[in-house]
Design a protein around this ligand. Structure first.
Ligand code: FSO
Ligand code: SF4
Length: 544
């Protein structure tokens, strides 16, 4: 028997599953406790779903807890077994309290009534409730596809919650979907339908987050982002949580330290509300997996607000702080729940004692092409398409990763015809956002909408173009060549499918959790295909 089983991300061992230790660095104990956390969260979700069915209102705290639990198990978010066990025990208590409000407690599943708190007994149970507990490979594949989509969606609802925005419909759906992955009565067809429903709620969840972000911080606007450094000590902020970023900016504004973004925090530079801070310098480094070198050379403290954390090196372990769903054993965690002001004093004081960052590059990158900005340029864009100056848009959103084959995305961007424009979001952009790709009549050839959740903007832009050109979304001159890594990319993919987008190319490999039959459904109904070589794909996309 293997020590663990996890195949939720693109880097899973041999593209089948991590069985001894995660390629991501997650050990078996953490992997198994994450399985148990998902198990109790599914049981908890079932209780909450039944409360709603009885007409009882579910508390926001319950909704928030479900999202936080799911987010905690996303790839590279939390490597701290004690933090995960604490979430399991808190959830057991909340589940008991919710169940006590049920009028009818009959028929609850084993997961819904599980209340064990003894650590040794939990560890034994954890080994039996993971992915392989479902024997039928197609049912297992669909249950995991739904679970991973909901995990991605939970990350987005968590960020909206941090800005005091809730979407009860989305929360109710996430809990229903989680509960249904426990239900042995559901057929393959039922689960295929639930997968599509997950995508549709993904669109709603991303719209909620978009409204929360733009409501709080304004619409992203075209911005030149400095990628060099200044000579004051700095704090580097990574992950996706804009509310954490705002609190840190505000608390550090008179401290004599500078603030830089890293990886998926880069789009913070595009929001008007953050531009007023003189100590916000720009972006340092590239995508998440370059951490080992870039965190070492940054010299100052680093705040990880979410994933993606790479196993932490000794050279910066004492400078790495986590908050929210993120966690790493031996690193300081800054507490604070939804609506609470977090205290970053220790981190700011720490920064004052450090050397300024070592400069690793200079120059600027341009971004800020979320929906409002692109729609403000709509006339220009539409004219460029009508005149033939822009022949095609290529959506290359998604994630970056360590896999060597991902050099494909740099080479693909370089090989694109000069009348093609890249639409991007997420950390995938770092494969080509510093290339000299130029512009078309003032429109940059890489239009970065923002974080992975801002793929929503790309869908809004596509739907607007379909309206202007009075055509179907699939008849537009847009092709999709998406890179995936973790579960947020799964919800982005399912969201695009639910909007009717066909013929998406996905790479660098198809997910290991798709069984041959489930892959067949996706190929036959949606034309999903793996990417091939740069030459083959350029020929395919630009044949006509
Ligand atoms: Fe990347 Fe990591 Fe944003 Fe993901 S930093 S890989 S899809 O967490 O969420 O794009
Ligand atoms: Fe393996 Fe990815 Fe799971 Fe980590 S998250 S254990 S790399 S499949």
């Amino acid at each position: 028997m293997s020590d663990m089983f996890c195949y939720q991300c693109q880097e899973t061992a041999r593209n089948t599953g991590c069985t001894r230790v995660g390629v991501c660095g997650k050990n078996a104990q953490v992997a198994n406790l994450q399985d148990l956390l998902i198990y109790v969260t599914k049981g908890y979700s079932e209780v909450l779903m039944k409360l709603r069915a009885e007409g009882t209102q579910v508390d926001k705290e319950d909704n928030h807890r479900v999202s936080l639990n799911l987010f905690t198990t996303i790839t590279n978010a939390n490597f701290d077994s004690e933090a995960i066990r604490a979430r399991i025990n808190e959830t057991i208590d909340a589940k008991k309290a919710a169940a006590s409000r049920l009028k009818d407690r009959s028929g609850l599943s084993e997961a819904a009534i599980y209340t064990e708190k003894d650590p040794a007994a939990q560890d034994e149970k954890a080994k039996t409730v993971g992915v392989l507990a479902t024997e039928n490979e197609d049912i297992r594949s669909l249950r995991e596809l739904i679970t991973y989509g909901v995990k991605g969606l939970a990350a987005y609802t968590k960020h909206a919650n941090a800005l005091l925005q809730d979407n009860e419909e989305v929360d109710a759906f996430m809990q229903e979907a989680m509960a249904k992955t426990l239900d042995d009565r559901l057929s393959v067809d039922d689960l295929v339908q639930l997968t599509l429903d997950t995508g549709a709620h993904g669109v709603k969840g991303m719209a909620t987050l978009d409204a929360a972000n733009t409501g709080a911080y304004g619409n992203p606007e075209i911005t030149k982002v400095n990628i060099g450094t200044r000579n004051k000590p700095g704090i580097l902020v990574s992950g996706h949580d804009l509310r954490d970023f705002e609190m840190l900016l505000e608390q550090s504004k008179d401290a004599g330290v500078d603030i830089y973004t890293h990886s998926e925090m880069l789009p913070a530079n595009y929001y008007p509300a953050f531009k007023k801070y003189d100590h916000f310098v720009g972006n340092y480094g590239g995508s998440w997996w370059h951490q080992k070198e870039e965190f070492a050379s940054f010299n100052g403290p680093i705040l990880m607000t979410t994933n993606c954390i790479v196993p932490v090196q000794d050279s910066y372990k004492d400078r790495l702080y986590t908050t929210g769903a993120a966690g790493y054993p031996g690193c300081k965690h800054i507490p604070g729940g939804i609506g609470e002001e977090k205290d970053f004093t220790e981190l700011i004081e720490h920064a004052k004692k450090t050397e300024p960052p070592t400069e690793i590059e200079t120059g600027e990158i341009v971004g800020g092409f979320a929906h409002a900005q692109v729609l403000a340029l709509a006339d220009k864009v539409v004219d460029a398409v009508k005149s033939g100056a822009i022949k095609k848009f290529v959506v290359m959103a998604g994630c970056d990763g360590r896999n060597k084959d991902r050099s494909y995305y740099t080479e693909f961007a370089e090989a694109l015809p000069e009348d093609a424009v890249i639409l991007t979001a997420g950390c995938a952009k770092y494969r080509y956002n510093k290339l000299p790709l130029g512009d078309i009549g003032g429109i940059p050839r890489v239009l970065d909408a923002g974080q992975c959740n801002d793929s929503y903007s790309l869908a809004v832009i596509a739907m607007k173009l379909a309206e202007v050109f009075e055509t179907d979304i699939n008849e537009l001159p847009i092709v999709y060549n998406i890179a995936w890594y973790e579960q947020k990319a799964v919800i982005v993919l399912l969201a695009l499918l639910s909007l009717g987008v066909k013929n998406i190319h996905l790479g660098p490999t198809l997910p290991a959790f798709l069984s041959p039959n489930v892959t067949k459904v996706l190929v036959e109904n949606f034309g999903i295909a793996p990417n091939k070589t740069v030459e083959e794909d350029i020929n395919l996309f630009f044949a006509s």
